[in-house]
Ligand binder design. Structure first.
Ligand SMILES: [Zn+2]
Length: 84
């Protein structure tokens, strides 16, 4: 192990070992129950730790989803349609 390893990578290793649990959530739009899975949480935490950015170039920050996958998809499509 050397000390030149960057902090982001160490954080990623930490996240991989982290104990996460599936979180039941309620959708803001359709009020359906959905699960924010441990796998999804870990995925976003790792993207954040690696300093990844999303499609608009803003850094990815770990937040809990407020909507179910169906409603998120609908909003994405609606945005796309109005953007063009
Ligand atoms: Zn929904």
């Amino acid at each position: 192990m050397n000390t030149t390893k960057n902090a982001g990578m160490e954080r990623v290793e930490e996240i991989k070992q982290m104990h996460l649990e599936n979180k039941p959530k309620l959708c803001n739009d359709c009020f359906a129950e959905f699960v924010f899975t441990a796998g999804e949480q870990r995925f976003i935490l790792i993207l954040e730790a690696e300093g990844k950015t999303n499609s608009n170039g803003s850094p990815i920050i770990y937040t809990e989803p407020k909507r179910c996958a169906g409603c998120r998809m609908k909003r994405k499509l609606a945005k796309k349609n109005t953007a063009t």
